[in-house]
Design a protein around this ligand. Structure first.
Ligand SMILES: Nc1ncnc2c1ncn2[C@@H]1O[C@H](COP(=O)(O)OP(=O)(O)OP(=O)(O)O)[C@@H](O)[C@H]1O
Ligand SMILES: [Mg+2]
Length: 369
């Protein structure tokens, strides 16, 4: 079975600092932030008030200039971008912010059409597309209303329709469901999920709304201007499912398993690639998610095949546990998708989880080295 294609990175944040104010009043709001967001990914940002969520969102949205560090959207670097290029970048971004700035003199449909006028969509389709998205958001019977004749939640939904009607590649939302009732909130969330799945849009949402947490691919937590955790929800679930089938992890509790899974990284190997080499220093532990791996040992008398591991198999633990060079070579037999754990994280997991340790010693005993 061919491996799933690697996911394209859409937004890359590297070493971003941000200051507000000048002189005496100068205050740092962001400290050394790093983040990579893929196509089709929904990332939720949480964190206490004043932790820098909106600041980071507006920097990514080119609503504010990057002062220190780098933000790339696809191949475009935002730091030092000229104002006309900033305006061009913003056309690919759907913004859903609290202050929705609808024009009060025109109808809901005309407000949504304003966004279509900046796009390549043929003019004759504008009404139909505006009405379709307003309908999806439960406003079919309100397309001719002016914003002042709509409720707060309805106005918010018009603003959301305007932000999403062009199916933007990037969607940035700051508390998008705060003003919405339960049903409208759920509609907005499923629309965002659909855009992510069907158009590959990358969605970043600042929210504390639990209903949104359920559709998140990642949950990023900020505290005092720093990203303090970045949890990959779906991938963690996939890794947990693999780990559960894996002999040494099967005694672990779901929460311990999740801790381990969150620290693992995806790695791919081409057919025939050497994954670890006998005699090298060990730096990682490997779990096979897809494909087969041959393990062989070299000695004075020649090369001896010792094992062929399939999905759910694991290797690389001996060198880490004994602090010795690799005792065997592992080679990909066909394409291999593996999840790896760094030596430090592996040893921390072994120490923290008694069942893991017990399982490992049993395994080591069987393998005899
Ligand atoms: N325009 C501004 N001028 C000066 N300081 C600002 C400005 N905007 C934000 N700050 C400060 O920067 C820090 C981060 O603010 P930010 O608005 O990004 O936080 P937030 O996480 O979005 O908070 P909230 O959850 O309340 O919206 C805060 O200390 C805030 O006071
Ligand atoms: Mg904010």
């Amino acid at each position: 079975m061919p491996l799933p294609p690697p996911r394209e990175v859409a937004i890359t944040v590297t070493g971003v600092n941000h200051h507000y104010g000048r002189g005496e009043a100068r205050k740092q709001a962001l400290f050394d932030n790093h983040l990579a967001i893929h196509r089709g990914e929904i990332v939720i940002m949480t964190g206490p008030s004043g932790s820098g969520k909106t600041t980071l969102l507006t920097l990514i949205g080119t609503l504010r200039g990057v002062q220190e560090g780098s933000i790339r959207i696809d191949q475009t670097e935002l730091a030092g971008l000229a104002p006309p290029d900033q305006v061009r970048m913003r056309r690919n971004i759907g913004f859903i912010f609290q202050q929705h700035n609808l024009l009060d003199a025109i109808s809901a449909r005309q407000n949504v059409r304003l966004a279509l006028e900046l796009s390549a969509a043929p003019r004759r389709e504008h009404n139909q597309r505006a009405d379709a998205i307003l309908g999806t958001l439960g406003l079919a019977d309100r397309v001719h209303y002016k914003p002042r004749n709509l409720s707060g939640g309805q106005r918010q939904r018009v603003a959301i329709a305007r932000a999403l009607v062009n199916q933007p590649r990037i969607i940035l939302a700051d508390e998008p469901t705060a003003a919405l009732d339960k049903d409208s909130g759920a509609i907005v969330v499923s629309l965002l999920r659909r855009l992510a799945d069907e158009q590959g849009s990358s969605v970043m949402i600042v929210t504390h709304d639990n209903r949104i947490l359920n559709v998140a691919d990642r949950i990023v937590n900020m505290v005092d201007g720093r990203i303090v955790s970045d949890i990959r929800v779906k991938e963690t679930m996939v890794i947990c499912a693999i780990l559960k089938r894996c002999e040494i992890f099967k005694e672990m509790s779901p929460s311990d398993l999740t801790d381990v899974a969150q620290k693992m990284r995806e790695e791919r190997f081409a057919n025939g690639a050497t994954i670890i080499r006998q005699g090298d220093i060990g730096d990682k532990f490997y779990v096979i998610a897809q494909g087969r791996v041959h393990i062989q040992v070299e000695s004075a008398t020649g090369t001896r095949a010792v094992a062929s591991l399939a999905e759910g198999g694991f290797f690389g633990e001996v060198a880490l546990l004994r602090d010795q060079p690799r005792n065997a070579t592992a080679q990909a037999d066909g394409e291999v998708l593996a999840y790896t754990l760094s030596k430090a994280d592996f040893l921390a997991a072994v120490r923290a989880h008694r069942s893991f340790e017990a399982q490992l010693s049993a395994q080591l005993f069987h393998r005899g080295g």
